[in-house]
Design a protein around this ligand. Structure first.
Ligand code: CMP
Length: 163
């Protein structure tokens, strides 16, 4: 069994790996008004939004981002879908963030996504699967730098205003 980003210090304290990951809220998410629901889910899970902006997807960016899909017959559908409106890109930071965000998204094909996940709760079709999330720590690093300049990713402490 993997350690899910958790290890124990010599003093017996549990230590967690903090990662950053990228999530893209695709044009249907914005058009359907479920951005708030997705942000609430991330915040409820104590994940931190450290970068967020609207982007316009271009075919060039999509070929770079979805390079491994660019020869697939469905690639023209991806281009039409992803360029149909604004995409909201977010950098999410937290414990084991890459895996946590992927689990919250659910299976790529919403038809098989578990209830309680973003795709499982809001979609039934692969053509409109609402979100993209980085699938590994290495691809998260690459994908974050594809969409965000270093100065667009912020550092701040949570809960400093709570008495
Ligand atoms: P995403 O998680 O962003 O990663 C690749 C994307 O390709 C996927 O979500 C879908 O939007 C799209 N995709 C993968 N398989 C298919 C398919 N069979 N038909 C249409 N789109 C697909």
């Amino acid at each position: 069994m993997h350690n899910a980003g958790k290890k124990e210090s010599q003093e017996g304290q549990t230590q967690f790996d903090i990662h950053k990951t990228l999530i893209l809220l695709k044009p249907d998410t914005i058009a359907r008004g479920i951005v708030g629901d997705i942000i609430s889910r991330l915040e409820r899970k104590s994940l931190k939004i450290v970068g967020m902006k609207f982007i316009t997807m271009t075919e060039k960016l999509l070929v770079e981002h979805y390079g491994h899909h660019s020869e697939k017959p469905y690639f023209p559908k991806i281009v039409k879908y992803m360029t149909d409106g604004p995409v909201l890109a977010m950098v999410i930071e937290g414990i084991d963030a890459v895996r946590q965000v992927r689990m919250m998204c659910g299976a790529t094909d919403p038809q098989f996504a578990a209830p309680g996940t973003i795709r499982g709760d809001h979609s039934c079709v692969i053509d409109y699967n609402l979100v993209h999330a980085s699938d590994s720590i290495d691809s998260a690093d690459i994908e974050i730098s594809r969409f965000f300049k270093p100065e667009e990713v912020f550092e701040y402490s949570k809960n400093v205003y709570v008495n």
